[in-house]
Design a protein around this ligand. Structure first.
Ligand code: BLA
Length: 521
């Protein structure tokens, strides 16, 4: 993998991290041809270290001659399951006699482009024994999550429980925004460590292909950030000359870019668990240990499962919150719409709006509003002046699609609004008639925000001395960004109310028009 192209951020996204041709050294990898005759096509260079057999003596040999009948039958059974369910990693305990002593391995098997990949990790001495408490762990975790009052509290509980289970120094819940920047929304850590809670990280820290991979492979670990990668022999698959696809491999060697990043951060080992809903990666549980640390496959599986449960639980909470908000907004919307129903005179409508102005504002969580109706203009709450409103409405009409327009950065889009940005950094426009003569404007005040970045996001990438190679930043020192000229965003739940409101009011104004025409005739 060499960078010959001009240096820019998209290079990061081009590194083919799923085919590194290398693994981490804490286990051994065998690529095996499909049944009936499982034959070893590729293995990792460290085979001798773990299995007491040189790679040359493994290659092109049937599994049977290496593992014997019973173990080969076990592997065959796992292979059948893996073929049926390619996204699951299947694991088993394999005991092998190596140089006269019996050693236990955790064998993890999955299918990769018509081959099977068997990864063997030496089992730690106390690994099997602790399995009995898993069920209690799960029960405790479920119970605590259910009792959490809100999303933040649930995230905190998840971070603390995962930290306990992994025995790691720091566990964070990391949430992506719409532009793939991330924020640490919960953190459990050892007390001597500097907190990362609330810190923002730019999208380039976790490039696109990595996010795509984490959608398939839900948990990954770097056991020792200072490891020496171990290559596969031969380098390419002998059956088709292609690199071996390690997308789902537990031992896959990690991008050197990312390793450099972790060195710069001073991290010794990581576990990352994907948080997915509706096939979208919405966050990660990112875990750091200051020194190297191996986590047994059983515990990794358990954490993966808890991550999945946590993800679903948060989603359901969100749905419930949305549903309650929707009901409340619906009733406000009905109140406002009802003012226009029937045949009240324009003067009567303006009078009623005056009375219901708090509902009008609450409907869109607005701090101010302006209504223009049949040559009446009324201002409510904290609103720009009548003259400013008229100019603003003329501009909004030009921007509008389907008679509506909204922005939460008005001063950046409409220069005159810079003069009254404290009052109206957010604006929502709805025409009340086809000709845009009548309209409602809602306003939201400016919210000046300080965003705490872990390093200046504009310098997330540095250029190495030769000017050709880009690398991750060296410093994660707090960098404060002040965001002004913007309001709280207009939410989908709020914007979804507009079409119905519009259709009711339009009907009313059309009736009015027709009556006016009939009178004229
Ligand atoms: C991967 N980057 C990652 C991963 C994380 C982060 C969590 C997943 C791998 C892992 O388990 O460690 C980033 N880690 C973070 C962040 C925090 C954290 C934001 O703990 C916050 C607390 N990274 C760069 C640049 C490049 C880059 C400039 O900063 C490219 C030039 C690349 N990051 C990069 C790549 C991967 C990655 C390629 C994928 C690694 C792999 O799986 O092989």
């Amino acid at each position: 993998y060499a960078l010959h192209e001009p240096v820019d951020l998209t290079n990061c996204e081009k590194e083919p991290i799923h085919i590194p041709g290398r693994i981490q050294p804490h286990g051994v990898l065998l690529a095996i041809s499909p049944s009936p005759e499982f034959r070893i096509l590729q293995c990792s260079r460290n085979a001798n270290e773990h299995l007491g057999v040189q790679p040359e003596d493994l290659l092109d040999r049937p599994l049977l001659s290496l593992f014997g009948e019973t173990r080969t039958a076990m592997i065959a059974a796992e292979a059948a399951r893996a073929a049926a369910d390619p996204y699951k990693l299947h694991n088993m305990t394999l005991r092998l006699a190596i140089d006269g002593t019996e050693r236990s391995f955790c064998g993890i098997l999955h299918e990769s482009d018509e081959l099977f990949i068997l990864e063997l990790e030496p089992e730690q001495p106390d690994e099997q024994a602790s399995g009995t408490n898993d069920f209690e762990w799960i029960q405790t975790f479920f119970g605590m999550l259910k009792q959490a009052d809100n999303r933040m509290e649930a995230s905190q509980i998840a971070a603390e429980q995962i930290k306990l289970m992994l025995g790691y120094d720091r566990v964070m819940i990391y949430e992506f925004d719409a532009a793939w920047n991330g924020k640490v929304i919960a953190e459990a850590k050892e007390s001597h460590m500097e907190p990362f809670l609330g810190h923002h990280y730019p999208a380039s820290d976790i490039p696109k292909q990595a996010r795509a991979l984490y959608l398939r492979n839900w948990l990954r670990t770097i056991v020792d950030v200072h490891y020496e990668p171990v290559e596969l022999v031969p380098a390419l698959r002998p059956d088709n000359g292609q690199p071996l696809n390690l997308s789902l491999s537990a031992l896959r060697s990690v991008s050197p870019m990312h390793i450099e990043y972790l060195h710069n951060m001073g991290v010794g080992a990581t576990v990352t668990i994907s948080l997915i809903h509706n096939n979208e990666l919405w966050g990660l549980i990112t875990c750091h240990h200051e020194t190297k640390k191996y986590v047994p496959h059983r515990i990794r599986n358990l954490c993966n499962f808890l991550g999945e449960f946590f993800s679903r639980e948060l989603y359901q909470r969100q749905q419930l919150d949305n549903y309650e908000t929707e009901l409340r907004l619906k009733s406000l919307s009905t109140r406002i719409a009802s003012i226009f129903i029937g045949e009240p005179t324009p003067a009567r409508i303006m009078e009623q709006l005056e009375q219901e102005q708090s509902a009008l504002l609450a409907l869109m969580r607005a701090s101010g509003a302006a209504v223009s109706f049949h040559n009446h203009l009324a201002l409510y709450g904290d609103s720009p002046s009548a003259q400013q409103v008229i100019e603003l409405a003329a501009w909004a009409k030009e921007q509008s699609i389907d008679h509506a327009y909204h922005t939460s950065t008005l001063p950046l889009e409409f220069a005159p609004a810079a003069g009254y940005k404290a009052t109206a950094s957010g604006m929502l426009y709805l025409a009340l008639s086809g000709g845009h003569k009548d309209f409602i404007l809602w306003f939201r005040q400016e919210v000046v925000q300080t965003v705490e970045w872990a390093g200046d996001p504009a310098k997330a990438v540095t250029q190495a001395d030769n000017g050709m190679r880009i690398s991750p930043r060296k410093s994660f020192e707090k960098w404060l960004q002040t965001v002004d000229s913007s309001s709280a965003p207009w939410l989908d739940t709020e914007l979804r109310l507009l079409p119905e409101l519009k259709s009711i009011i339009f009907k009313r104004t059309q009736t009015q028009l027709r009556q006016a025409e009939e009178l004229a005739e």
